[in-house]
Write a protein that binds this ligand. Structure first.
Ligand code: SF4
Length: 457
């Protein structure tokens, strides 16, 4: 068992028994579930919309090499500097070099899972640069020293009382502020940070190949301020975020809004095509886009798992997953949690270390059912399991157990040799992990064959 697997089991066992945690998660997911059907009403045929989105992403990913070249050429024409980073270390170094060149001491950052993947804040801090999260949920998490809990709603596991207590502890505010008051406190603190920051860092929801633009979707206006206020804007984006044409946003913006938060459209949708131009008064003087691989080409070269690169990070599969709803986002110990995290993490990192995530599923298929771009998530989880086994990533004991099971299952007379009591003893004695959270299995005394014969007499 890998270290990651042991930690995952320990954390998820604790969280699954934490009723208060479950209450908060169920409360927040129930609010999401209540509004998503309303958002879906904007589509004449939501299944067709998802199918079209899947086809567009298929096109983008199948021709990713050309799309990247098209993006780079168009972005360069717009005055953006495009850099490629093969690994997290390379991306961090590129960001540091830009910051050093700008004598940067302070950064404002909008919500970005890619920067979580790089552990960017920690890296910048180690290099003497303050990096402040400006999305309210991320700001709360940063204050608490925690990673985001959910890819769309970073502080989903905290109640308003938890946030008021946190602000009181960390910022010295009165202990029972309302959500509105808390938001105003954060706003005031962050405005000051915008004024100080030399560099703004953002991710992007989409890369637009034909115009060389990045598209950022958010509800607070902080993303727009993070890229527009400081003199230098760095966008760091996974290469899979590509859309071939600006026209594709007509489908992807409402789709992301509805499946992400149940809105018809997210409040702020910014399309950024380069730094400030000669005749413009606002915006950064310089803009960089760092195109990050960091394991994504492992997925690209895998004909089956490649489909997971279509993901638009709406978070719908997390909200639908019975495992996620019980153990929460932190138990996974990964940047991307829930079904999509379990599919991609073994490929982005290490199959052997993270193969256990493929088993953190009931295979109910609910994730596939709700996916905005119809990724066959539950089938990809099975693929990961198959790949792990084919790669020899299983124990000798497991191999023997399955061989015995297969031999017995394929020979009914052999199975009938054992009494119900004997079968019960074997299963309840050797399947300890199964038994730990369940009552013992009780086999009928008569085998299926005996019962069948008696019925036909
Ligand atoms: S896999 Fe599908 S449902 Fe899950 S986050 Fe990605 S697009 Fe959304």
């Amino acid at each position: 068992m890998s270290d990651q697997s042991t930690t995952f089991l320990a954390k998820s066992t604790i969280k699954a028994a934490d009723r208060e945690h479950r209450r908060k998660i169920n409360f927040n997911i129930a609010r999401y579930n209540a509004v998503v059907p309303q958002g879906k009403q904007q589509f004449t045929n939501v299944h067709l919309a998802r199918e079209r989105a899947k086809n567009t992403k298929w096109k983008a990913i199948e021709s990713l090499d050309r799309q990247l070249e098209t993006f780079e050429a168009a972005a360069t024409r717009n005055g953006t500097r495009v850099l490629y980073a093969e690994t997290a270390a390379e991306a961090l170094q590129q960001i540091l070099e830009i910051c050093k060149a700008k004598n940067c001491r302070s950064i404002v950052k909008s919500k970005s899972m890619v920067t979580e993947e790089l552990h960017l804040n920690r890296f910048l801090e180690e290099n003497g640069i303050e990096s402040v999260e400006t999305d309210l949920g991320e700001y709360i998490q940063q204050l608490d020293g925690e990673a985001p809990y959910h890819i769309v709603t970073p502080a989903m596991h905290k109640s308003k009382e938890d946030v008021a207590k946190l602000f009181a502890e960390k910022l010295g505010t009165p202990p029972h502020l309302t959500p509105q008051q808390l938001t105003l406190v954060a706003r005031e603190k962050l405005r000051e940070k915008y004024r100080q920051a030399e560099v703004g860092i953002t991710g992007a929801n989409f890369l637009i190949a034909d115009t060389g633009s990045i598209a950022i979707t958010e509800n607070e206006g902080n993303g727009r301020l993070s890229c527009g206020w400081p003199q230098t804007h760095i966008a760091i984006v996974g290469i899979e975020k590509m859309l071939p044409s600006i026209n594709d946003l007509a489908l992807f913006w409402p789709l992301l809004a509805t499946f992400g938060t149940g809105q018809r459209m997210t409040v702020y949708n910014s399309l950024i095509s380069g730094p400030r131009r000669g005749d413009e008064t606002d915006g950064p003087g310089e803009m960089y886009v760092i195109l990050l691989d960091n394991g994504r080409t492992n997925l690209l070269q895998n004909p089956k798992a490649r489909e997971s690169l279509y993901c638009i990070r709406c978070g719908a599969c997390l909200n639908a997953c019975p495992v996620y709803k019980n153990i929460g986002g932190h138990a996974y110990g990964t940047t991307y949690s829930g079904p999509i995290g379990s599919v991609i993490t073994p490929h982005l990192r290490d199959l052997d270390e993270y193969k256990h995530l493929s088993y953190a599923s009931s295979l109910c298929g609910n994730c596939t059912e709700v996916c905005a771009v119809k990724i066959n998530l539950h089938e990809l989880l099975l693929e990961n399991r198959a790949e792990a086994v084919a790669g020899g990533s299983y124990s000798y004991g497991e191999r023997v157990a399955w061989k015995l099971w297969k031999t017995a299952m394929l020979r009914r007379p052999l199975m009938n040799l054992a009494s119900g009591r004997m079968k019960g003893w074997v299963v309840n004695t050797f399947m300890k992990d199964w038994k730990r959270h369940r009552s013992p299995l009780d086999f009928p005394q008569k085998s299926f064959s005996q019962q069948w014969q008696e019925r036909r007499r």
